[in-house]
Structure formats: C-alpha cells, structure tokens
Design a binder for this molecule. Structure first.
Ligand code: NAP
Length: 259
C-alpha cells in the first residue's frame, strides 16, 4: 500500500533502538525524511546510516536527551516544519509504590508526560497552518491495564493520555491527528532489562523469565519493533485522517479486555 506520505518530514524521538527505531524505519520505507534522536551518538549514527542505506531518505541526527528543555529545543530546531511527530523516551524504572518520592514522580512526569506535551505544543501550530499533520505518542499497555511494578509509568502515561484525548479533538478540524500507540511486551533492550528484573525477583534464569512472560501473551511471543513501526507508519499515513484520539494497543492480546 502506498502510504501517501513520500517527501513528508518526521521527527522521531528516542529512535536509535527499539520501538522508536521501528517507527523511524517504517516511515523511511514510506519515503519520509527523518530527524532521529537519542542520547548516545554512536548507536544513533549507526541507526541513521542503516536507514539511509536501506531507504535512501534524508536523515538528520540530533544526539541529546529529549526530556530536557535544551534537548527538545535542539530536536525541534532540526525538525522545523515537521509534518509528523513521533514522541518517545525511555520508561521510568520499576519498583514498589512505597519506593517513590516526589522527585521520582517529577522525573517520570517530565520524561513521559510533559516532554511529549511540550513537543506537541511546539509542533502543532505549524501542522495546523499547513492543514496536515500526524502525531503518534508511544505510551504503554499500562495505560489500559496497570503494571503494578511500573507505578511511575502508569501515572505519567495516563496523564499524557488524558491530555491527548482532549487535544486531539481540538486540532482534528485542521487535518491534524494525534493518537497513542500502547506497546505490550516487545523484543527490545527495554524488554530484556525487564526480563532481568523478573529473573532476579523470582530467582530464575533470564530465559525462564522470558518464557514465563511469553506464556502470558496469547500469541506466545514478544512483538517486534518492525510490527510496531508498521502501525506507526499507517497512523501517520494519508489513509489515517479519520483516526483521532485513539489508543492503539499492540500487545499480542495480552490485555484481557473485550474492548
Ligand atoms: P529501548 O529498546 O530501550 O530503546 C530506547 C530508545 O530510546 C533508545 O534509542 C535510547 O537511546 C532512546 N532514549 C531513551 N531515553 C532517551 C532520552 N531521554 N532522550 C532521547 N533518547 C532516549 O526501549 P523500547 O523498548 O523501544 O521502549 C520505548 C518506550 O516504550 C519506552 O518508554 C518504554 O517504556 C515503552 N514500552 C516498551 C515496551 C517494550 O516491551 N519494549 C512495553 C511497554 C512500553 P539512548 O539510550 O542512547 O538515549
């Protein structure tokens, strides 16, 4: 399917690896020019080079922490005039409800709620002026069904979801859509690190931890970054203009809910 976005320009945050990389790669496959970002420049340059080689699109890299005001300013400057914005950043650490103090919550809110909001506030006016835009926020399945050990993530991402629910309906009349993608367990560094936590807590091997987590997913495997990216590219496509303010769960059926 031709996604109808060849030549558009996208900012894809936190995209040297994992789900962000999957989104960047799928958008590039559709002919979209990219601004890619991550903190570590080595992996970022490698990822950008791989995408340039594979898809022949222009890729600008911005190595910075996108959760800081300075990082956001750099990413936005490189992505001036972006038609597509994919927000993403690392997730907060796991723990117990009693572990976290105010500073932990402020860090989580900054990274996973206020950063995407700041990026949207900056990018939306241009999209509205041009009468076309797509925003996809990478959140988590924890927005639909809480993951008890990820209380910081549950809290921050649910806040973002509430903001998007209203804002998406305010900007839709200008041809701009905002949607969220909710990953379940995907085969990325983040998932491997969570496997390690489970292994330590339950005193089992990492392989056993993974097997137990896979058994909780109806498809009996982790998702891939490529599958995730394909959905992102579709949500950013010319065909997705009627999809507004939705929370798209990509979890292999793991969330046991009727709707
Ligand atoms: P990942 O494989 O660890 O990749 C994270 C990417 O983001 C890397 O490129 C990393 O590069 C970059 N990054 C992290 N923090 C950043 C920051 N502050 N500024 C700029 N770049 C940053 O993680 P993932 O699995 O793709 O997860 C992406 C998001 O989805 C996370 O918020 C995660 O919590 C959420 N999620 C993931 C899963 C899953 O199963 N994978 C499930 C639910 C939710 P640098 O480290 O070099 O910055």
């Amino acid at each position: 399917m031709d996604l109808g976005i060849r030549g558009k320009k996208a900012i894809v945050c936190a995209s040297s690896k994992g789900l962000g990389f999957g989104c960047a790669d799928a958008l590039a496959a559709a002919g979209v020019e990219l601004v890619m970002n991550a903190r570590g420049s080595e992996a970022l340059e490698e990822a950008a080079a791989a995408i340039r080689a594979r898809h022949g699109v222009n890729v600008v890299t911005v190595a910075c922490d996108v959760t800081t005001p300075d990082g956001q300013a750099k990413v936005l400057a490189a992505g001036e005039g972006a038609d597509i914005l994919v927000t993403n950043a690392g997730g907060p650490p796991p723990g117990l409800w009693s572990d976290w103090d105010r500073d932990d919550f402020i860090r989580a809110l900054d990274a996973n709620m206020l950063t995407p909001i700041a990026l949207m506030k900056a990018a939306l006016p241009g999209m509205i002026d041009r009468g076309w835009g797509r925003v996809v926020n990478i959140t988590s399945q924890s927005v639909k069904a809480p993951i008890p050990a990820l209380g910081l993530s549950n809290a921050a991402r649910t806040g973002l979801t509430g903001y998007v629910a209203g804002t998406a309906r305010q900007v839709a009349q200008h041809g701009v859509t905002i949607n969220n993608m909710l990953p379940g367990i995907h085969d990325t560094d983040r998932a491997v690190s969570l496997d390690g936590n489970v292994a330590r807590q339950q005193n089992i091997s990492v392989e056993e931890a993974r097997a137990r987590r896979e058994a909780t997913i109806p498809v009996r495997r982790y998702g891939t970054a490529a599958e995730f990216g394909a959905m992102c590219a579709f949500l950013c496509s010319a065909h997705a203009g009627f999809i507004v303010g939705q929370n798209i769960l990509l979890d292999g059926g793991a969330t046991n809910a009727t709707i």
